[in-house]
Design a protein around this ligand. Structure first.
Ligand SMILES: CC(C)(COP(=O)(O)OP(=O)(O)OC[C@H]1O[C@@H](n2cnc3c(N)ncnc32)[C@H](O)[C@@H]1OP(=O)(O)O)[C@@H](O)C(=O)NCCC(=O)NCCS
Length: 164
């Protein structure tokens, strides 16, 4: 397996991967939609996507770093942050037959490093559902901290935060 940043040339394989993952989600509520048009996904000023490929070139995993303040606004305001200085990690997905091998950990880790290279961003958020245990464990293992919430009344989306 190898990892690299995705570009416009990966658009079709990216859509195939996303279709396969979203189409087989254990719970549809786990998927957090974004407002960014997919055509802007690989524009450097909007997003960075990291991909994982098999040695024969099949895209089997991807995750995105969303930088545009308009995209970040909803989640940033939800936890009292400024969208201009907040980046979001989302669209984390691994084909089901390749799960449990640490791929999401490597994808998210690479995007955290990428976010640290930005100058205008101060906080990184990773929104997820509280019962999406793989995503929760991934965020915790990479040192992100949960924005506090009432465990007796968990919201549909919880936020992991990482200062940049
Ligand atoms: C969430 C997802 C990307 C995780 O990808 P993955 O490559 O299988 O995850 P990893 O192998 O890197 O595992 C990350 C951590 O989660 C744990 N984990 C993996 N699958 C798990 C599961 N089904 N239940 C509980 N924990 C799990 C791993 O053990 C690891 O923690 P550890 O290192 O402390 O043991 C993948 O399950 C997926 O694509 N899910 C559907 C899409 C989705 O829900 N995306 C999130 C939208 S916010």
């Amino acid at each position: 397996m190898y990892y690299r940043e995705l570009g416009r040339q990966d658009m079709i394989t990216f859509k195939v991967l996303k279709g396969a993952v979203v189409g087989s989600m254990p719970r549809r509520s786990w998927w957090k939609p974004v407002s960014t048009n997919e055509m802007q996904f690989f524009s450097q000023i909007w997003t960075h996507f990291q991909g994982c490929f098999t040695t024969n070139g099949q895209l089997i995993g991807a995750a995105g770093l969303f930088l545009n303040p308009a995209e970040c606004a909803h989640d940033a305001y939800a936890v009292g942050l400024d969208p201009e200085t907040t980046a979001i990690i989302g669209h984390c997905m691994v084909l089901s037959s390749f799960r449990g091998r640490g791929i999401s950990l490597k994808l998210v880790d690479a995007l955290m490093l990428r976010a640290q290279m930005t100058t205008e961003k101060k906080d990184l958020l990773l929104p997820t559902s509280p019962d999406n245990l793989a995503m929760v464990r991934c965020a915790k293992k990479l040192g992100m901290k949960t924005v506090p919430y009432d465990p007796d009344h968990p919201p549909k989306t919880i936020y992991f935060k990482f200062p940049l």
